[in-house]
Design a protein around this ligand. Sequence first.
Ligand code: ADP
Length: 180
Amino acid sequence: MLRALYPGSFDPVTNGHLDVLARAARLFDEVVVAVAHNESKKGLFTPEERVELLRESTAALLNVRVTSFEGLLVDFARAQNAKAVIRGLRAVSDFEFEFQLALMNRSLEPSLEALFLMPSEEYTYLSSRLVKEVARLGGDVGRFVPQCVQSALANRFARVGASSTVRGEEALPGDSPLAP
Ligand code: ADP
């Protein structure tokens, strides 16, 4: 059984993540999507909510399993008997950090391979952060995220109000380029 891990924040899952996941699911017997618990990086959604949204969005992908993890990725990969870590590469700007991360993980666990997949070009500009910002400002994110995520975003922002800062979320650089 050739198993890969696809780790990330997924706060929330976007169509870009799903594009990469579908590609990975065609290459491996099983892909484990792993939501990282990161205490220092509070998100809009809790890890449990992100897992739930991912489960709903990936229900049709039969060899995909969704879970969450704490601690070192390489330890989790070992425990799952995963042979590769999938990461998405959108643009050159992703490369430097991903390169560092992959080499660090390799030094911690040489047998774990990093595999980079490119999404369809229509998703190269898509990020969870921008999707949250558009949704917060009342924009239509229906083209960028699955239906369940669109509803979850609408609920979340209806409750907190567009002007609030959501649970310590970082503002976009220059506050918000989307709203002068
Ligand atoms: P992280 O905080 O680990 O970067 P993300 O949820 O932002 O978590 O991303 C998880 C992985 O998915 C990363 O490898 C990232 O590059 C990739 N990714 C994010 N958005 C997209 C997208 N639109 N297309 C392809 N890959 C993406």
